[in-house]
Design a protein around this ligand. Sequence first.
Ligand SMILES: [Fe+2]
Length: 144
Amino acid sequence: MSAPAAADLQSSLIELLDLALQGKQAHWNVVGPLFRPVHLELDDIVESAHAAVDTVAERLSALGEVPDGRAASVAAGTPFESFPDGTVADREAVALIGARLDLLTANLRERIERLGADPVSQGILIGVEEAFEKHAWMLRVQLR
Ligand SMILES: [Fe+2]
């Protein structure tokens, strides 16, 4: 990858793809009295992740790079711990996905600060960060 922003965009692409996978895993396997709202909220997060995945990948393509969203690349490159096997209690699912959003947004913030020379890529990651900081807030307040 040669464009200055390429590695940072590719790393975020991997994280967003894994977030979408883990969000669906949580959506299907959450249990408990808060099942319904958590189940629906997880799909909101997955929907945001899918939208962000496409925006970030197509920015890579526009820069003349080759976005890599293959399953093996996601598995090898994600910084997120694997989502637990089996069913997950509602508050635990909120905490687990919340922790992944905290890491996602912290990594985005570092990349955004590095991307000053490419304001278009920087702007894309700022938009992604805005969306996921909002999701992180909506999860965090449920654990109070
Ligand atoms: Fe569903």
